[in-house]
Design a protein around this ligand. Structure first.
Ligand code: SAM
Length: 368
């Protein structure tokens, strides 16, 4: 199977626009944008690349953490620079972020920060609070949901690739993990972190038999289930196009289970196509970076646990923002560095194309 990668007009347009511009031009003022004109408003921060799960499609199971962790104060300093330039959504991730000591205190600090731009793009000193989200495998969530909510966390996404305990354990390779994650999801709802999003990466022949059960799960548990197409970001290089379950196939299966009704996107940069069922019960999102790339609307950059900026999941290199701190950089120096790096953000990924090259890091070491 092959995939057409430029099927959203915005992606193709971004490529054209970028080619037309002087790629060496630097933007010194205004909110953070790349050379294609995309505003960068979302930052994903990995606070560790350690993980307590060994999901078969993500990790080999033999390798541990590979990169340094920084002091929480260092992450906060770097986040402040991004926020000053226009970032307003922060997603904490890893590795497994709930393993990281100091996470709750980090959320409290993030909750004090204010966006630097109004929705109309004008600069402000009294902006709105940031949108603070977290992606977790849920294993330690039952005990941490309330402290995180109290610290100011707004939203939570729990990764869960099966809705029965046996398949779940086969994927995570950690015994008795399913019940712990379920307890975490229920506790997150109970403390007001709902609606909880549950992310499932579908792999053909492995957990695709669960699609309809996930639909039932969404309706029964009151969670938003999001199916994500498998991307070539795994440690052991097992990705094959045939393993990906494309969006159209998932939609077909769900429609056969019960008629779907499409929901309007929450924002132009939303990565998921959203659906409910004909009775309005349950919500399903489908994120299709492989069969329907959304790079033209990409508003993200990532900060790795060792303080490197990655401008795309599929980047061939990363950029040492923490190195600028070590060299004694001022806030102004860090701002200039971030602007320079963001200017080089890739137009799009090349999954499924002959010239595709595996990125320089795998998902667990980037921060998904
Ligand atoms: N440990 C946390 C968790 O489990 O959510 C955060 C890190 S994990 C790397 C973030 C997300 O990336 C998870 O939802 C995981 O399923 C997803 N992921 C990992 N490898 C992937 C791949 N090759 N393609 C698509 N998603 C992937």
């Amino acid at each position: 199977m092959s995939y057409t990668t430029i099927d959203d007009a915005a992606t193709a347009n971004a490529e054209r626009t970028g080619e037309d511009r002087d790629s060496t031009s630097q933007q010194a003022v205004g909110r953070l944008r790349d050379k294609f004109g995309r505003a960068i408003t979302d930052l994903r921060v990995s606070v560790t690349d350690r993980c307590n799960y060994k999901c078969v499609y993500c990790r080999t199971g033999n390798e541990g953490a590979q990169y340094t962790e920084l002091a929480i104060a260092d992450y906060l300093r770097m986040v402040r620079r991004f926020v000053a330039l226009g970032v307003e959504k922060i997603r904490l991730t890893g590795g497994e972020p709930l393993l990281r000591h100091g996470l709750v205190e980090m959320v409290s600090e993030l909750a004090q920060m204010r966006a630097a731009y109004m929705p109309d793009g004008t600069h402000t000193d009294v902006g709105h609070p940031l949108d603070i989200a977290l992606t977790t495998n849920g294993h330690l969530l039952e005990g941490l949901a309330k402290p995180l909510k109290d610290a100011g966390l707004n939203r939570i996404t729990v990764s869960m690739d099966a809705v029965d305990a046996e398949t779940f354990t086969a994927i995570t390779r950690v015994p008795r993990s399913f019940d712990r994650v379920m307890a975490g999801i229920r506790q997150a709802k109970a403390v007001g972190l709902g609606p909880v999003k549950v992310n499932c990466v579908l792999l053909r022949g492995f957990n695709d038999s669960q699609i309809e059960q996930f639909a039932e799960f969404s309706r029964r548990e009151g969670v938003i289930v999001r199916f994500i197409e498998f991307m070539p970001l795994e440690e052991d290089r097992s990705w094959k196009p045939e393993t990906v379950i494309p969006m159209d196939e998932v939609v077909g299966r769900l429609n056969a289970y019960r008629p779907l009704v499409e929901l309007a996107p929450n924002a132009a940069s939303e990565t998921a196509k959203r659906f409910t069922f004909d009775d309005g019960l349950g919500e399903i999102g489908i994120i299709a970076p492989v069969s329907r790339p959304f790079c033209g609307h990409c508003s993200r950059v990532r900060l790795t646990s060792d303080g490197k900026i990655r401008t795309c999941l599929f980047s061939q290199s990363d950029h040492d923002l923490y190195g600028e701190i070590v060299r004694g950089g001022t806030d102004g120096d860090l701002n200039a560095y971030i602007r320079k790096v963001v200017m080089r953000k890739e137009a799009r990924h090349h999954i499924g194309e002959p010239d595709f090259e595996k990125p320089s890091r795998n998902m667990v070491h980037i921060g998904g």
